[in-house]
Design a protein around this ligand. Structure first.
Ligand SMILES: [Mg+2]
Length: 286
C-alpha cells in the first residue's frame, strides 16, 4: 500500500540540472579541470556538491579549499537560479493531489538555501512533511542517508496510533539512475523521471515518466499492487494449493535481503497498466 512519496528536487520538480552543471563546470575550469556535459551526467549528477568536487578533484581536498569551492559553486548557481529556473509543468497539481493521499517528503542533494528558494517559487513549501537537504546528512546522495532520514522524519511526524511506514510502502521519484538503484536497494518503489536521462537509462525504476501532466495518484498505487497479482498467477500457473501461494506472497512482500534468492513467480504492472509475469525457476526460493 502506498503510504509515502519521497521526491527528489533537481530534475524532478525543477529543470535545474543544466544550471548545476554550468556552475560546476565553471568552478572546475578555474581549478584547471575541464569536464564535458556527458561526463557531468555520467559521473557527477547523482552527487551533492561536496561529493561532486571529491569525485572530480580527489577526496584529499582540505576543508578550507572545499569550503571555497562550495561557496563559489553555490554563488554561481544561486545567480543562475534567480534568472533561469523553470518549474516543470504539472508539478504543483500532482504534488497537491498526492499529498491528499499519502505523506510527502523531499530528499535532495541540493543545499537548504536552494530548497527554500525553489519550493517557494514552485508554491510547494507547505506540501512536504519532511525535507532532507545536503546540509542534513553526513553522506549525500547517491548514498542512502537522505532517503533513510526522510522516512525516519515522516515516521516521527505520522499520526498517533498509525503503524510505522515501511520502506516497501514508499515510492521515490528520481531522475538519477544511481539514486533509483539506491532507493530500490532500500526496498522502496521507484519512479524514474526522464528529464536528465533517456527512459532506457532509467530501466531500474519500476516505472518511468517524463512529465507529471496526466499522471494520477492511482497510477502510483498500481506499483504497489503487483505482489497480490503475483500470488494469484503463481497459484494458477503452478496449480499449487492456495496455502503455498499465500506463503509465496508473504515472501514476496519482504524486501529481498542481500544474497537471498528471489521468489519464483512475480508479476508487474507496467506503465501502460498491463501485467507482465516474470517466472524464476529457483528450487531453493520457496
Ligand atoms: Mg535529481
Amino acid at each position: 500500500m502506498l503510504r509515502a512519496a519521497i521526491f527528489d528536487m533537481d530534475g524532478v520538480i525543477c529543470d535545474s540540472e543544466p544550471l548545476h552543471m554550468e556552475a560546476f563546470q565553471t568552478v572546475l575550469r578555474e581549478e584547471g579541470k575541464m569536464i564535458t556535459d556527458q561526463e557531468y551526467y555520467d559521473r557527477y549528477l547523482a552527487h551533492d556538491d561536496r561529493g561532486s568536487f571529491e569525485a572530480a578533484l580527489g577526496p584529499a581536498i582540505d576543508s578550507l579549499k572545499m569550503r571555497s569551492l562550495l561557496v563559489r559553486k553555490g554563488h554561481l548557481f544561486d545567480e543562475a537560479m534567480k534568472e533561469h529556473l523553470v518549474i516543470y509543468p504539472g508539478v504543483d497539481a500532482f504534488v497537491k493531489k498526492l499529498g491528499a493521499r499519502c505523506a510527502l517528503a523531499l530528499a535532495t542533494g541540493a543545499r537548504r538555501l536552494e530548497v527554500e528558494f525553489i519550493l517557494k517559487k514552485a508554491r510547494l513549501r507547505d506540501s512536504f512533511t519532511a525535507i532532507v537537504s545536503a546540509d542534513d546528512v553526513q553522506n549525500g546522495k547517491p548514498q542512502p542517508d537522505a532517503f533513510v532520514r526522510a522516512l525516519q522524519l515522516l515516521n516521527e511526524r505520522r499520526l498517533d496510533g498509525t503503524p510505522a511506514i515501511e520502506p516497501a510502502q514508499c515510492v521515490v521519484i528520481e531522475d538519477s539512475p544511481r539514486c533509483i538503484r539506491t532507493a530500490r536497494g532500500l526496498g522502496m518503489k521507484t519512479v524514474g523521471m526522464a528529464t536528465s536521462y533517456k527512459p532506457e537509462e532509467l530501466k531500474d525504476a519500476h516505472w518511468v515518466i517524463d512529465t507529471f501532466v496526466g499522471v494520477g495518484v492511482e497510477d502510483l498505487e498500481k506499483l504497489f499492487a503487483w505482489r497480490k497479482i503475483s500470488a494469484e498467477i503463481f497459484c494458477r500457473a503452478r496449480g499449487r494449493p492456495s496455502r503455498r501461494a499465500g506463503f509465496a506472497a508473504a515472501r514476496a512482500r519482504r524486501p529481498p535481503a542481500a544474497g537471498r534468492r528471489r521468489t519464483r513467480a512475480r508479476a508487474r504492472l507496467d506503465g501502460a497498466g498491463s501485467v507482465r509475469l516474470l517466472c524464476e525457476s529457483d528450487p531453493l526460493a520457496l
